[in-house]
Design a protein around this ligand. Sequence first.
Ligand code: 5GP
Ligand code: ZN
Length: 112
Amino acid sequence: MSGCIFCSIVAGDIPADVVSSTEHTVSFRDIAPAAQVHVLVVPRDHHRDIASLAVADPAAAADLLAQARQVAGQEGFDDFRLVFNTGESAGQTVFHAHGHVLAGPELPAGAE
Ligand code: 5GP
Ligand code: ZN
């Protein structure tokens, strides 16, 4: 979708520190990390949030969930937190579905 920053990252039009990519997803480091590991897992196709993605493309949603463990593992952590801010009043600022994979020795107590 034109004007969507995560679509631009998926397309390779703007740079990002990509840590993995699959048929349905691209995973890259958050520009403002809130934990030692803070990676965003996003579907290649544009959907406004995780709830919309789950309805429109369950296979992509399942791939996204599987990638969370994969990314945490490759970063050296078995344990991780997966956060989906869904909607503006819940803190979502980028309206292209994404999961925050957070991991590290001491995760912050609150959400993302
Ligand atoms: P939200 O608040 O929508 O759940 O999360 C959006 C996240 O995207 C934020 O944690 C923010 O730091 C990250 N972010 C915003 N713009 C960019 C960008 O251009 N590159 C990367 N790597 N992360 C971004
Ligand atoms: Zn998008």
